[in-house]
Design a protein around this ligand. Structure first.
Ligand code: IMP
Ligand code: MG
Length: 179
């Protein structure tokens, strides 16, 4: 069976929600500057759209942390493939992620970044799959809670495909990989 994509959250809904998140974040950080940290590669579409909706000053940095191969289940092993370019000391850090699934990746990342003494650190995710949580991660801003289905689009991939879809979709007809 070949893969097909079923639309879960249409483009207009995603855009509308990001606009609202941007407004809320701008209010919460009034008078401050936000240092956005994008978790590559999946967080990049969300971060760009979110940053455009934030009205307080922002700076940005990028980090690549991976726990996935080409499959659909977390290996639980987290590695830093690319670290930040700049120090986060005394900065108001907002981590921007595509999805929190088991929580393994962010649990690890938050632990690493807290040791670098930011003024504050919060987490903003486009999607959250709370049913799948293994590690306790506090989500400060969430776009959508979704059921336990493998989703793509808006930065999210399946074997590096579908990141460029402008909506969130569910991949159907996936080969069973014993995961
Ligand atoms: P966690 O460590 O299990 O929370 O997984 C975090 C990472 O796994 C996310 O940043 C995604 O890159 C990837 N991931 C988790 N669920 C999905 C999904 O449904 N579609 C695509 N990628 C996913
Ligand atoms: Mg990710």
């Amino acid at each position: 069976m070949s893969e097909t994509i079923r639309v879960l959250i249409p483009e207009e809904k995603v855009d509308e929600r990001i606009r609202a998140l941007g407004q809320q974040i701008s209010e919460d950080y009034a008078g401050k500057q936000i240092h956005l940290i994008c978790v590559l590669k999946g967080g990049v579409f969300f971060m760009c759209e979110l940053a455009k909706r934030i009205t307080v000053p922002v700076s940005m940095d990028f980090m690549c942390v991976g726990s996935y191969g080409d499959g659909t289940a977390s290996s639980g092993v987290v590695r830093i493939a690319k670290d930040l370019d700049e120090s986060i000391e005394n900065k108001e850090v907002l981590i921007v992620e595509d999805i929190i699934d088991s929580g393994n990746t962010l649990y690890y990342l938050i632990d690493v970044l807290k040791k670098r003494n930011p003024a504050s650190m919060r987490l903003c995710t486009l999607l959250d799959k709370p049913d799948r949580r293994v590690k306790d991660v506090k989500v400060d801003y969430c776009g959508f809670e979704i059921p336990d289905e493998f989703v793509v689009g808006y930065g999210l991939d399946y074997a590096q495909k579908y990141r460029n879809l402008p909506y969130i979709g569910v991949v159907e007809g996936l080969e069973q990989e014993g995961v």
